[in-house]
Design a binder for this molecule. Structure first.
Ligand SMILES: Nc1ncnc2c1ncn2[C@@H]1O[C@H](COP(=O)(O)OP(=O)(O)O)[C@@H](O)[C@H]1O
Ligand SMILES: O=C(O)[C@@H](O)C(=O)COP(=O)(O)O
Length: 409
């Protein structure tokens, strides 16, 4: 292994794997810290954790363990992947994890750049934009777990870290100024060229952290070879769409699907075993060729109402647990193609299905590839969609791509 990456959620990890795979480098993606050591075969290994909303001490411990595992497997460089919208809780762990990984890998400065131009995320004067909107004015202000109410990343990061935080503006980058004299540097980037420039001029003592796009120039910089991709497995079996994301784009995707396809809503607050049984019974009575959507997705007012009656964490974990149990029941009934919307939701579902390692397949849209797990005789396909990614027809787009891979019926 040459490059070792740690991602703070499972969709973020598949996003990163899909973009790195474009370079032709071999990428291995682990869900959770593997039990044994790395076999060292892949150029790039990614450890996906579910630590975005973890308290600082837990996230630091989990990421440090992942960093140690990657370095022991031969990684020459670590990359810390978080969300392109810098999602973090009020007691955010992005900075503390960076400080721990810097110490572990002997780096004295870290660059932070969540920009993902292909998906409309840019950083200018340290302010994060989602499309044309400031982060704090975008739908991310209503995120159920990590509401983002400040677009100024210098201001967001400063209380998270012990060291100094400074901005490396686009103007300073263009005039080839030296990096600011601070341990933590928010780097502007508006276009992909900016990301390439940051990576090209990276001094050895600096650790890179960011969204998936900043990692894209790394395989070329590290001289990683172009491998012929393995053929994707054919995955027979039923399909199911699960959604626990309440993002604006997921809400549109859910509405688009539900307009004329079978869909079933679950709501936190009333999610006992009987509700899960009722949902599974509904699934059982559908003809096998019909794909269903089961969702907890709701609008910000409904999410706030659920959270104020039962607490943020309880509402989230009740939904995650219900969708996980439904996924297990569906798997037992022959579902082998899962499309899952939402980062935390995807983590919960993949863990419930016992998936520990996946192979990255074709991209459905920028940032969301199909991934494959299971055995040669019983493969499993998972499309783990970040909340805000994909077109309005994403669920169809994902399923059609596998049908095309099946060839003519
Ligand atoms: N109706 C709801 N009310 C409250 N919380 C919800 C509801 N539906 C889903 N959630 C929770 O909101 C969180 C959404 O996060 P996530 O799955 O990461 O989606 P995204 O990718 O959009 O960030 C999950 O913890 C999920 O369980
Ligand atoms: O960087 C991104 O935007 C994604 O890879 C990601 O991490 C999104 O998180 P979720 O919306 O919680 O899936």
């Amino acid at each position: 292994m040459i490059l070792g990456c740690i991602a703070d959620d499972f969709t973020g990890a598949t996003d990163l794997a899909g973009l790195l795979r474009r370079s032709g480098a071999s990428v291995q993606l682990h869900f959770g810290l593997p039990d044994g050591p790395s076999d060292g075969h892949a150029d790039i290994e990614i450890v996906a954790l579910k630590c975005r909303t973890e308290p600082v001490a837990t996230a630091v411990a989990d990421c440090t363990a992942a960093g140690r595992w990657l370095l022991a497997g031969g990684a020459q460089q670590l990359y810390w992947k978080y969300c392109s919208t810098f999602d973090s809780t009020a007691t955010g762990n992005i900075g503390p994890v960076s400080e721990a990984l810097m110490a572990l890998s002997g780096k004295t400065q870290a660059i932070y750049c969540p920009a993902f131009p292909e998906n409309g995320r840019s950083v200018y004067m340290g302010h994060l934009f989602v499309g044309q909107q400031l982060l704090s004015e975008s739908s991310l202000k209503d995120h159920p777990l990590t509401p983002m109410t400040d677009s100024n990343l210098v201001r967001v990061l400063t209380p998270q870290v012990a060291g100094r935080v400074a901005l490396f503006s686009r103007a300073d980058q263009r005039s080839q100024s030296a990096l600011p004299d601070a341990e933590h540097i928010i780097a502007d980037a508006v276009e992909f060229d900016d990301l390439e420039q940051i990576v090209a001029s990276l001094p050895d003592h600096v650790m890179l952290t960011g969204g998936s796009a900043l990692a894209m120039p790394l395989p070329a910089r590290l001289g990683l070879a172009n491998h012929q991709p393995e053929a994707d497995p054919q995955v027979p079996g039923r399909s199911l769409v699960l959604s626990g994301s309440c993002s604006e784009m997921t809400r549109r995707q859910v509405a688009h699907w539900s307009a004329d396809r079978p869909s079933y809503q679950i709501k936190p607050g009333q999610l006992g075993a009987a509700d899960i049984d009722a949902c599974v019974a509904w699934l059982d009575q559908l003809p096998a060729e019909q794909t269903a959507l089961i969702y907890a997705t709701d609008d910000p007012a409904a999410v706030r109402a659920a959270q104020s009656s039962m607490g943020v964490a309880e509402a989230g974990s009740q939904v995650e647990s219900a969708l996980s149990q439904i996924a297990q029941a569906a798997y037992a009934r022959g579902v082998r193609r899962f499309v899952v919307a939402g980062g935390e939701t995807s983590g919960a579902v993949a863990q419930a299905l016992g998936v520990r390692q996946v192979r990255c397949g074709p991209e459905i849209c920028p940032g969301v590839p199909w991934t494959f797990a299971g055995s040669a005789s019983d493969p499993l396909a998972l499309a783990l969609k970040s909340g805000n990614f994909g077109a309005v027809s994403f669920f169809d787009d994902a399923l059609k791509q596998l049908e095309l891979a099946d060839g003519p019926a």
